[in-house]
Design a protein. Structure first.
Length: 127
């Protein structure tokens, strides 16, 4: 089965890196990219996403605020917060809203582990 992944990061390089890793792991999946939380929300009104990969530090709303908004609209959506800022408070806040925390720079292995868990979560929710 194929899925649609939303990638939100204000860094074009970070989005390209995540896209490259996704293509290596799941070449048949669809990805949608946004540079800001507002852009992602606007895209979400026109599209549905199965899972999301969100940068923590972005201009305007941060990734945790966006994750909370996405979770409110779709509580079963798997979400990962990605940041080089590995502070316990950020990890705890991500966990509190039901998101996974991934360290930057994002590795293909870390993304693959998250995506495998996300697929299992979506499959369990659809049973």
């Amino acid at each position: 089965m194929t899925y649609k992944l939303l990638i939100v990061d204000d860094s074009k390089l970070a989005r390209m890196s995540a896209a490259k890793a996704l293509n290596a792991l799941y070449p048949d999946w669809t990805r949608v990219e946004a540079a800001t939380a507002d852009e992602a929300v606007a895209m979400g009104s026109r599209n549905s996403f199965d899972m999301a990969l969100l940068d923590f530090n972005m201009p305007g709303r941060d990734g945790l605020e966006l994750a909370a908004e996405l979770k409110a609209a779709n509580p079963s959506m798997p979400i990962a917060i990605v940041s080089a800022n590995h502070q316990e408070e950020i990890v705890a806040r991500a966990n509190a809203i039901g998101a996974t925390f991934l360290q930057k720079p994002l590795t293909q292995h870390a993304l693959g582990t998250f995506l495998e868990a996300a697929v299992a979560q979506l499959q369990a929710a659809n049973k």
